[in-house]
Unconditional design. Structure first.
Length: 96
């Protein structure tokens, strides 16, 4: 029994050491994946900022008005507001 006890302790120590090395490698791999994902997030954030800037530059009122006029859009001459709900619409809505 005395001879088996040191051997069992060595085996347990070896298993624990092997487990620690394995878990360390796994954590390093997961860290690399997280780093790649963070790089992708940074690139996408930068691209979103560039797109926002380009929309801001393209969205100037005078340029949009010119483009709209070129495409045949005109400003409405008269606006009509409705205060009552159409009876046919309410009948259809009540049917659902």
């Amino acid at each position: 029994m005395q001879k088996k006890l040191p051997r069992i302790i060595w085996i347990l120590n070896l298993l624990i050491f092997t487990l620690c090395v394995y878990l360390g490698i796994e954590q390093a791999g997961k860290g690399a994946i997280v780093s790649i994902q963070e790089d992708k997030i940074g690139a996408l954030t930068e691209e979103r900022q560039k797109l926002s800037d380009s929309v801001f530059v393209m969205g100037r009122d005078d340029e949009l008005s010119e483009k709209a006029n070129d495409l045949g859009f005109v400003k409405p001459s008269k606006l009509v507001y409705f205060n009552q709900i159409d009876e046919a619409l309410t009948a259809n809505l009540n049917g659902f």
